[in-house]
Design a protein around this ligand. Structure first.
Ligand code: 13P
Ligand code: ZN
Length: 273
């Protein structure tokens, strides 16, 4: 029975890696992943047997600028910095890695690769990923996936000054297609521009993540959290579809009508939170 449980857990790690590689391919196909754009992390700690021990002295150690005490000892599958989504799709283990945080949560070991592997580190957006994961492990959340991509249609919306406002943004996105309200009833949060890869943008993002599962980074891209890799991708895909319909109407020379207030209220009654 114990052995069976172990196999089941290993299968979950394998499935996570396969799902990340499949979605990495979609991000590339969508045109959202120029060069190394985007990153994905999954908290796989529950899939690692508690009696599984590693000799951490065998692995490369890196300290973190900010500590994440609640994540001490936890294990994550995370895409590598500078790695292309199209390469992650083909060879996930050569372009992504497994890290284990130290007990204090102020550093991590790369436990998927030998110490000698050069130029291989987790995404530069690790501070934001870990800051979000620290929130996601709190009771009440089943989310364990964090995904960042440069979804063109959503990033383009943030280039319009008047849309850098959550109320307006959500009215547009909900109004372009009913599925947006059905699958992302909380809507989308907005994070004003900050330097990528910094603690500053991480802190701004976690302020939003209590309220939303998807947040837009001004003039950059989108961050989403979900229970599994596919579902997290789906939320971004649906919102990008709404933004695309908006721009299609505009480029055809007319202002999209959007769902009426009554239609939106009906959706909120049925699906809103
Ligand atoms: P990484 O290659 O470090 O993951 O960075 C990509 C990115 O999108 C930064 O915001
Ligand atoms: Zn980015």
């Amino acid at each position: 029975m114990k052995k069976f449980k172990k196999i089941k857990k290993i299968k979950k790690v394998k499935k996570t890696i396969l799902d990340v590689s499949e979605v990495a391919g979609y991000l590339w196909q969508r045109g959202w992943a120029e060069r190394n754009a985007g990153n994905i992390s999954v908290n796989i700690d529950d899939y690692i047997d508690k009696d599984f021990t590693v000799d951490l002295s065998q692995y490369a150690y890196f300290s973190l600028e900010k500590s994440f005490p609640a994540l001490g000892g936890k294990v994550f599958f995370v895409t590598g910095t500078g790695k292309r989504m199209r390469d992650i799709a083909r060879k996930p283990l050569k372009n992504a890695l497994i890290i284990k945080l130290n007990d204090k949560g102020d550093g991590y070991y790369i436990i998927s690769h030998k110490k000698t592997v050069d130029n291989f580190a987790p995404t530069s957006e690790l501070p934001t990923h870990l800051a979000i994961h620290e929130k996601l492990i709190l009771p009440g959340s089943k989310n364990r996936v964090v995904m960042h991509t440069h979804a063109n249609e959503l990033a383009a919306l943030t280039q319009i000054k008047e849309f850098n406002n959550e109320k307006i943004l959500n009215k547009i996105l909900f109004g372009m297609h009913p599925e947006a309200m059905i699958y992302i009833p909380k809507g989308i949060g907005f994070v004003e521009y900050a330097l990528p890869g910094t603690i500053d943008i991480a802190l701004k993002t976690i302020d939003m993540i209590d309220k939303y599962d998807v947040v837009l980074w001004e003039k950059h891209g989108v961050f989403a959290v979900g229970e599994d890799v596919m579902e997290t991708f789906d939320m971004i895909d649906i919102l990008a579809k709404s933004a695309k319909i908006y721009f299609m109407c505009k480029s055809a020379g007319f202002e999209p009508e959007g769902l009426s207030d009554d239609e939106l209220e009906e959706l909120i009654r049925e699906y809103g939170n």
